[in-house]
Design a protein around this ligand. Sequence first.
Ligand code: HEC
Length: 262
Amino acid sequence: MNSSHVLYFRYLPMSVRVLFTMVLLTFGLAYLMAMIQVWESHAGKDGDPMLSGKDLMIAYSGNPDGTRLETALRGSMSDMLPDDKKKIVFDWLHDGAKAELIEGTIQPIINEHCVACHSPEANPHLPNLTTVEGIQAVAAQDTGMTIATLVRVSHIHLFSITFIFFIVGYIFTHAYVRPVWLKCVLIAAPFAVLITDVASWYLTKVWTGFAWVVIASGGVMGISFAAMWVISMWQLWFGRVPEAVSENEGRLPKLRLSTTRA
Ligand code: HEC
């Protein structure tokens, strides 16, 4: 026999094809949401609203010429303060964030514009800016995500992405793609770049250039996902059944490695 056990999409029971389709639709939507989330949480950290390598460097390894306070006031918190008061805060930061100036100069500004949200009563998860110590904490040099945070995020990421690409890759095994090595590369690539992606989060702390590996890994993952998604959907419902498959009663032909047909 020159065919594997794996059936081509169209020869699967209708219920299985419907299941695969619904799973792909939901994952497609989830992928879109994930992209929006990445954008929302990282874009603009460097002051430019587009998502850039610099944004990721700042997120993972910190901003060597900045503080969390300055990064926030140039990014997500920039609307919270008028420009003249921002300048007072930046001048104070660039002049060494002197502790003795906090009470007289900085605290009144923060009390007026920030503590509505940044107090333990309003939101215990945000930096507390009601105290001098709280202000000093965000005025210290920005060292990016802590290793503890990275470990937490990476274990969730590794588990959940493996799960997604196992399901999408498994669905895709029913596709007819030639050459076969290309099919295998599309299945394997997301796992390979998942590892380079997560490793680069840590390595970005050592050398910020690894932010580009994070971006490239994300790109490769997205391309593999899109390719498997589109090919699976197309072959599930549209596309002509390949002759090699219909000759084989719907089973995908086996790679002819050494066996030659008589
Ligand atoms: C309307 C509520 C609100 C106000 C007012 C507000 N913030 Fe925030 N702030 C948030 C929220 C929500 C976050 C967390 C999400 C984010 O980083 O965008 C945050 C995050 C931050 C962070 C942490 C960023 C990081 O590194 O994780 C800093 C620093 C900060 N704000 C400073 C300020 C300062 C300074 C002001 C006043 C000029 C201010 N905020 C006013 C809601 C507020």
